[in-house]
Design a protein around this ligand. Structure first.
Ligand SMILES: NC(=O)c1ccc[n+]([C@@H]2O[C@H](COP(=O)([O-])OP(=O)(O)OC[C@H]3O[C@@H](n4cnc5c(N)ncnc54)[C@H](OP(=O)(O)O)[C@@H]3O)[C@@H](O)[C@H]2O)c1
Length: 262
């Protein structure tokens, strides 16, 4: 059985979560340029409406909080009733909350797990039965290069992104025989509002527009992983391929966490 084909605009509508800002907002224009009708979701209704108004008849706002699984299921039902089958779903909504181990916040852990992991699970649960029945579809899960291995201050975010990469791999294995293509995006640093609170050095950071272009290109192909900028993400992959004691020591040194606390 050959790898499922990427979805095409003629197959139905594209559903994009996290569309009100950053990478998601930049993706909207690229998807429209490729001929897609796009159903966009996030919590900020005003931002979604303003974005939809820029692309009349092509972009449609569906505000939803993805931590509410019932609301997510209803949104998917509404989108399909209004615009036909969701042929491609880009599960991009996410939060980054920096957590220090000296003074961690359980709420910050829980919030990160809720939005990034449970939110994606709510979307998957609403989508896969429909796609399996149709024997077609494309699900693109936005993870991060932090999925490759542990990073200081990313103990909640990195854990969710590693979870999402694992979730996407499992889905790619299961859904192949239903003709559903599953892909995972593992970007390095992207210049978006999510990075405003990240005091970490950000080597090889790319703009949201470049990230969107790379994601669109990858979604038009069959490859499982869409990763960029490769000089950064491949270097990280190499570091994390070392024995764990070695890469933990190396990352500790490279990030400055080998120095005594002040
Ligand atoms: N920026 C980076 O360096 C980077 C690197 C690797 C991966 N990523 C990933 O790329 C994705 C997009 O990030 P970004 O950098 O573009 O961040 P961003 O500008 O902060 O955008 C995040 C989006 O997620 C939405 N969102 C947050 N909580 C939500 C909720 N409970 N329900 C529905 N929507 C919610 C936000 O909309 P509302 O606030 O309106 O709900 C917003 O549209 C995330 O998954 C992020 O982890 C980012």
């Amino acid at each position: 059985m050959s790898t499922p084909e990427p979805a095409k605009p003629i197959d139905g509508v594209c559903w994009l979560t996290g569309a009100s800002s950053g990478i998601g907002e930049a993706l909207v224009a690229d998807l429209v340029n490729e001929g897609w009708r796009v159903a966009i979701s996030a919590r900020s209704e005003d931002k979604l409406k303003a974005l939809a108004d820029k692309h009349p008849g092509k972009v449609f706002a569906y505000a939803v909080d993805i931590t509410d699984d019932q609301a997510v299921a209803e949104t998917v039902t509404r989108i399909e009733a209004d615009h036909g089958p969701i042929a491609r779903a880009v599960l991009n909504a996410g939060v980054y909350i920096s957590i220090n181990a000296e003074s961690p916040s359980f709420e910050d852990y829980a919030r990160t797990f809720d939005v990034n992991l449970k939110g994606a699970a709510a979307c998957v649960c609403a989508l896969t039965p429909r796609m399996c029945e149709r024997r077609s579809g494309q699900i693109v899960i936005v993870s991060s290069a932090t999925a490759f291995g542990g990073m200081p201050t990313s103990t909640a975010y990195g854990a969710t992104k590693a979870g999402l990469l694992n979730m996407a791999e499992g889905l790619a294995i299961e859904l192949h025989r239903y003709g559903v293509l599953v892909q995972c995006v593992t970007p390095g640093f992207v210049d978006t509002p999510a990075q405003d609170d990240n005091a970490f050095p950000k080597p090889f950071m790319v703009s949201a527009e470049i990230a969107a272009a790379r994601i669109c290109k990858g979604m038009g192909r069959k490859g499982f992983e869409i990763t960029f900028p490769k000089r950064f993400t491949w270097a990280l992959k190499l570091i994390y391929a070392l024995p764990r004691d070695w890469h933990i020591a190396l990352v500790r040194k490279q990030t400055g966490w080998n120095k005594p606390p002040e």
